[in-house]
Design a protein. Sequence first.
Length: 148
Amino acid sequence: MKKRTRARELALQFLYQADLVHKSLDEADEFLREEERDVDTRRFAQRLIQGTLEHREEIDAIVQEVAQNWNISRMAVVDRNVLRLATHELLHCRDIPPKVAINEAIEIGKRYSTQNSGAFINGILDRIMNRTQPAEPAAPGAAEDGEA
């Protein structure tokens, strides 16, 4: 398994616990040390956990806004936290291509929730990506003469 995929799974596990039993960010480091030996994997998971928890209110508002006919508090706990994690990546992790964040979220949702979770997660994240990402650049050769 790739290190970043493993880190996302660890982040999801911690976010799930934080959602249900109100674990704090302070407990993430200990959880990660117990679950993962690789330092780079732990570091990336910590970054995802911290960002998701720090921006949770903003993330929840955005997910709620695009999740037509779904209240975020009524979503399956795994799906809700996969969406939070991936939305954080879309909004705040410029080094992660949006399609990578979405594809990873879909696969993790299918692995840890239901087969239908992939389509549900994809639909919501696609709407979020389309709202937050800048328009595609013009096709090559479309720039006016003299522009670099």
